[in-house]
Design a protein around this ligand. Structure first.
Ligand code: ATP
Length: 603
């Protein structure tokens, strides 16, 4: 998929017709609506062309009756017989044109919105079926942009651009045909000036495209400079770099102002230039038309009708290139949505009756048997990993940064699928289980404790929404966080969000421990905090984690070896593989990598 920043108004689809065909098949249930839209456009174009043409008759009849009245020195009154009926028919033609216009607009917006809704739902479902490797490879903004900007652009272009294009084609074809019937000579003059204005538009828009591209680059630079200034505000202040930081923004703003002036001028200049050519055309046509009028080759009604057609035909013609661009960009958006929908999915869970089931009570025996894995096929990481965690044991996973500790957990939870070997839980091959059932057996307390926008009680009950208030409070007490919650303004009903700065990192971790306690999983995954929390909180976290681990198989990603000397099994990892395993005593005695690591921390 392309980058979000690359998107602009002038992008083109890779394969226009394939995308159009796919959109057409996506809107399968709504084809009848499209047919009515097309029919309405045809009728609209007919009535819209007929109205000015008929106005020639209205004016000529009126003019004829006025002249007769003048000649007879009588007053002129409009009656049904003299002009009333013609005027009424004229009015009815406009009414019919307006009605068909309203019908096609209404139907088109309903088709576009229904398609939008359908695709948005499919994206939502798709995101749940994509492997995590997909999210590793794409930025969050990029994926969000597919479900929001691209879909909105597509539906807006369908409602406005596509409709405008079809109506314009109908109007131009109708108007130019009638103009030819009225006067070939005047129509040729009109087409000559139209070609001239299209040429001017093309030349200017090519130049505008370059300048607006440059403007977009400067906008991106400013945005990232401001974002950097905001997220790095503490570091910037700590290093006294405020002046340099604002100088960057200042410089980029100056460049943006310069390029914007140029771009705005170009954009604003096209309209008047085209309008000027249009007025020139009108003058020439008026002069030629007058001479035809005087020579009796044209009536007053036809003369004014011709001017109406000039207006009818020239407006859509000048709009056509803009409409075309916006449609192309909408098709490119649709392509990106389809690209997302076509991304390879993770292997589906087996059907409920085919899935391997865990025994009634989960004991928590976990086994890795010759597991092989790599994040990408060409870069194998884990070559042959085997170990067994017995029920209730504390397993510590240690190793330098990038050694593969998180990877081990990712495989255990089946966030990624293994390339070879087997992982079993109580003897059942996890790859044959339903992912939901497997993950239910695990509770995770990660360093980066995640709180969602909701109350503290809701946050604790995240995995267990039916928990009562008493159960929530009991879990919080066991996690040593009840006292802190009670100091919050509304206690358990205080709203928090992930970025709430009122809750420290340590307190967040305690809240997630309470969350896991409430869930009561058979197996635990604990990522020991490396970030500095105060000693009291650290002690509280230690106590809460001990309470949590009691009677459960626990995997502890340890950063300080002092906390794991009592572990039943220590897995020492390096470059994705387990290079040593055993108890603290055994590993020290072996005088290998673990002993070196331990001594380096305590020497
Ligand atoms: N999503 C991913 N896609 C590709 N490579 C990855 C991914 N996650 C980790 N890696 C790579 O796999 C290796 C092991 O990473 P892992 O995160 O498991 O290490 P770790 O021991 O948990 O490190 P740390 O202590 O720094 O968290 C590293 O070389 C890392 O760059």
């Amino acid at each position: 998929m392309r980058d979000v920043d690359d998107e602009d108004e002038d992008e083109k689809p890779r394969d226009t017709w394939a995308t159009v065909r796919r959109l057409w098949s996506e809107a399968a249930g709504d084809h009848w609506r499209f047919y009515i839209v097309f029919a309405s456009i045809v009728f609209y174009a007919i009535f819209n062309t007929a109205a000015p043409a008929y106005s020639a008759r209205v004016i000529d009849e009126l003019w004829g009756h006025i002249q007769v009245a003048f000649a007879n020195n009588a007053t002129f009154n409009i009656t049904w017989e003299n002009c009333g009926r013609t005027i009424f028919i004229y009015f009815m033609i406009w009414t019919a044109a307006a009605s068909f216009y309203a019908l096609q607009s209404f139907l088109m917006s309903s088709v576009a919105e229904r398609l939008n809704l359908r695709l948005r739902n499919r994206i939502a479902q798709k995101l749940n079926r994509l492997p995590l490797a997909f999210f590793d490879a794409h930025r969050p903004g990029e994926v969000v942009s597919r479900a929001t900007n691209d879909l909105d652009k597509m539906s807006e272009s369908m409602q406005r651009g596509l409709l405008q294009l079809l109506v314009s084609i109908g109007t131009v074809v109708g108007a130019v045909s009638v103009m030819f019937v009225f006067s070939v000579q005047l129509t040729l003059v009109f087409l000559f000036f139209t070609a001239l204005s299209l040429l001017v538009t093309k030349v200017v828009s090519r130049r505008t495209h370059d300048v607006t591209g440059e403007r977009q680059e400067w906008v991106s630079k400013i945005t990232s400079a401001v974002e950097e200034g905001y997220s790095g505000r503490l570091v910037i202040r700590a290093f006294n770099r405020e002046r340099q930081s604002s100088a960057e923004v200042h410089e980029a703003s100056g460049e943006l102002a310069r390029v914007s002036t140029k771009a705005d001028f170009m954009i604003n200049a096209v309209g008047p230039a085209v309008r000027f050519i249009g007025r020139l055309a009108q003058i020439v046509i008026a002069l030629v038309g007058c001479s035809m009028l005087v020579a009796g080759h044209m009536t007053v009604g036809v003369f004014q009708a011709f001017f109406q057609f000039i207006y009818e035909a020239s407006e859509p013609m000048t709009q056509l290139s803009f409409t075309f661009n916006s449609l192309q960009s909408a098709l490119a958006s649709a392509e990106r949505v389809f690209d997302l929908l076509d991304e390879p999915e993770m292997e589906a869970d087996p059907l409920p009756d085919k899935a391997a089931k865990l025994p009634g009570r989960v004991e928590g025996r976990v086994s890795f048997e010759h597991v092989r894995f790599g994040y990408s096929p060409d870069k194998p990481l884990m070559r042959d990993v085997s170990f067994t965690a017995e029920p209730g044991q504390k397993i510590a996973v240690v190793g330098t940064t990038g050694a593969g500790k998180t990877t081990l957990i990712n495989l255990l939870m089946r966030f990624y699928e293994i390339d070879g070997g087997r992982i079993t839980l109580d003897g059942v091959d996890t790859s044959r289980m339903d992912r939901g059932e497997l993950r239910q057996q695990f509770g995770m307390v990660l360093q980066d404790a995640w709180l969602f926008d909701g109350t503290i009680a809701e946050n604790i009950a995240y995995g267990c929404p039916e928990a009562t208030r008493d159960e929530i409070v009991a879990a919080a007490r066991a996690a040593q966080v009840d006292f802190f919650v009670r100091t919050m303004p509304q206690g358990y009903d205080t709203r928090v969000a992930n970025d709430a700065e009122s809750i420290s990192q340590g307190q967040r971790q305690l809240l997630t421990i309470a969350r896991v306690l409430l869930n009561n999983p058979a197996i635990l995954i604990l990522d020991e905090a490396t970030s500095s929390v105060d000693t009291r909180t650290e002690l509280a976290i230690g106590r809460a984690m001990d309470a949590l681990m009691r009677g459960r198989t626990s995997f502890v990603i340890a950063h300080r070896l002092s906390t794991i000397v009592d572990a039943d099994l220590i897995l020492v990892m390096d470059h994705g593989n387990i290079i040593e395993q055993g108890t603290h005593k055994e590993l020290l005695a072996a005088e290998g990598a673990y002993a070196d690591l331990y001594l380096s921390q305590f020497a």
